[in-house]
Design a protein around this ligand. Structure first.
Ligand SMILES: Nc1nc2c(ncn2[C@@H]2O[C@H](COP(=O)(O)OP(=O)(O)OP(=O)(O)O)[C@@H](O)[C@H]2O)c(=O)[nH]1
Ligand SMILES: [Mg+2]
Length: 532
């Protein structure tokens, strides 16, 4: 048998003497009344601090516990696939007041979405020469809009062919013009539109954007908090009035009180007159004035036979938002113009980083907090997605089916459908996302329909499409089969893939699709909650 000494009791005198904290806290043996009151004051302050730290820890723990119950939904897909537009549809359903408050801040984006295509049309006309073959023209357009790399490659090619850009340009001036009067018209238009296009770079600056390297389109890329910057300029007064609202928006971890949590839906285009007068942004006002004074010139340019011809033979390709705003030029350049919800849904601004939007979504009489992560889809942005993977509840992957005839701005050799399939494969096979509910939106169905109606043949760009009918149903089934195959081959967890054919700009159709998606996400959510 061994003998042991008794462990010192925590409450023993000896123990207290050995405890440095007790030694510090113990009152001195001799203490004046003044010292005593100072000591008690110090102790009270220390306790206050200690209690507030305890309270903060408790709240953090509670927030963490609650946030584990939140739904985290990632919107993934390549650039221009429609993620931010889908986010706006969620915002319209679950936080409509906020989108209403943002209306005026979209003016600068819409102005940029008009000025930029006007500039592109003028540049295309610069390169236009009646006698050019399609190949010459395609080459010139690439020289104008391609990436720096492609520019170099093409200039080298031109030189090899003994046709430098300058040579081609001087040859153009020697070509007989289509008709002198047409040339004169275009020259006059160009002059009248000069004040407008000169503002392009200022608008880009106002959006705080950085040019997308390699996009060749001169688009701007902004963090999703851009509204707060334009709000700062244009919405000072209005923001104060909404300051009671809850902070419901943040990007890459920085939270700002941009949007509120009000849940009652306002009629989308009605109560504009009730809105308080916002502070004016001088640049936006100047552009609005110039746009108004030259709206007929913009329309004339857009409808000009030379421009039509360039569009018809696809030497000039404008994106869907550019066409939308050009078609609506009269309305969007009228005095006192306030963007409609449809305008906001069509407005294009490229996302940088990850934007978090928070909504309360009702479930059986209580609210579940949804965090929607809208990511930048360009190749250079994709590394920012990963930190959001490990606790994702669900993913909506957007693949634009209309993009069969387009190539990545970031890599002009990669067909957009091919990039979507490769990206989808990476998402399906990612171990961190194995448990996430998976939804696929085959998006831009409306744009696909328009392209096929214009006679653009899928087979020309996707040779494996072969002689299948050049019709929406057939094209969609073909692409859907490819995405389904990618999913099946990368589906260790045997999870279901929910697929929808969508046009995310279509608010009415999106309401029922979003509620369908919400229900399927909640079904999985409740199942996993029951297992915990
Ligand atoms: N007609 C039509 N336009 C669409 C559709 N989906 C998106 N768009 C438009 O396409 C443009 C690009 O959409 P975004 O939502 O900005 O694309 P994104 O995926 O957020 O792009 P990044 O932020 O660059 O990753 C916008 O002008 C949208 O209005 C659609 O289904 N039909
Ligand atoms: Mg976006």
């Amino acid at each position: 048998m061994i003998r042991t000494t008794r462990p010192p009791s925590l409450h023993s005198v000896a123990g207290e003497q050995g405890d440095p904290l007790s030694a510090i806290m113990r009152p001195p043996p001799v203490e004046t009344a003044e010292d005593r009151s100072a000591r008690l004051q110090r102790e009270a302050n220390a306790k206050k601090i200690s209690d507030s730290i305890d309270e903060a820890i408790k709240q953090d723990r509670e927030r963490y516990r609650k946030s584990k119950e939140d739904v985290k939904l990632l919107l993934l897909g390549q650039a221009e696939s429609g993620k931010s537009t889908l986010q706006k549809q969620f915002q319209l359903i679950y936080n409509p007041t906020s989108i209403d408050e943002e209306r005026l801040s979209w003016r600068v984006v819409i102005q940029y979405n008009i000025v930029r295509p006007v500039l592109r049309i003028l540049e295309a006309l610069d390169l236009y020469a009646e006698g050019d073959s399609d190949e010459d023209m395609a080459e010139k357009m690439n020289l104008a809009y391609g990436t720096p790399e492609s520019r170099i490659a093409l200039s080298e090619k031109s030189e090899k062919l003994g046709r430098s850009t300058e040579a081609s340009a001087s040859r153009e001036t020697l070509q007989p013009s289509p008709s002198p009067s047409m040339d004169q018209q275009l020259t006059a238009l160009r002059l009248r539109l000069a004040p407008l296009v000169q503002l392009e770079s200022q608008l880009a600056d106002r959006l705080g954007g950085v040019s997308v390297i390699g996009s060749g389109k001169g688009s701007v890329m902004v963090r999703s908090g851009w509204q707060s910057r334009t709000f700062g300029v244009t919405f000072g007064k209005t923001r104060e009035r909404t300051s009671s609202s809850r902070g419901r928006f943040s990007f890459t971890g920085q939270r700002s009180t941009l949007e509120n949590g009000a849940s009652e839906r306002k009629s989308s285009d009605t109560d504009v007159s009730e809105r308080p007068e916002p502070e004016k942004d001088q640049l936006v006002e100047d552009v609005a004035r110039i746009l108004h004074s030259c709206k007929d010139d913009v329309r004339e340019l857009w409808q000009h036979p030379a421009v039509r011809r360039l569009r018809e033979n696809r030497k000039l390709r404008l994106e869907e938002w550019a066409e939308y705003f050009m078609d609506n030029i009269g309305r969007v350049s009228s005095p006192g113009y306030i963007p409609t919800i449809d305008d906001i849904l069509h407005a294009r601004i490229q996302t940088m980083g990850v934007a978090e939007h928070i909504f309360d979504v009702p479930l059986h009489g209580r609210n579940v907090t949804w965090h929607l992560y809208d990511v930048g889809g360009a190749r250079g942005q994709r590394h920012t997605w990963v930190p959001y993977f490990d606790d994702a509840t669900a993913i909506i992957f957007l693949a634009p089916v209309s993009a069969f005839d387009q190539y990545l701005s970031e890599d002009p050799r990669t067909n957009r459908i091919d990039d979507s399939l490769q990206l989808f494969k990476q998402i399906c096979s990612n171990a961190l996302l194995k448990q996430a509910h998976l939804v696929l939106f085959l998006n831009k169905a409306d744009v696909l329909g328009e392209k096929l109606a214009r006679g653009i043949r899928v087979k020309k760009y996707i040779t494996s499409y072969g002689d299948r009918p050049n019709e929406v149903d057939s094209v969609v089934s073909y692409f859907k089969a490819h995405f389904t195959q990618v999913h099946t081959r990368n589906n260790e967890g045997k999870r279901v893939l929910y697929t929808h054919l969508t046009s995310v700009v279509d608010t009415k159709a999106m309401q029922s699709i979003i509620s369908n998606v919400r229900d399927s996400i909640f079904r999985d959510y409740l199942k996993s909650a029951a297992l915990v």
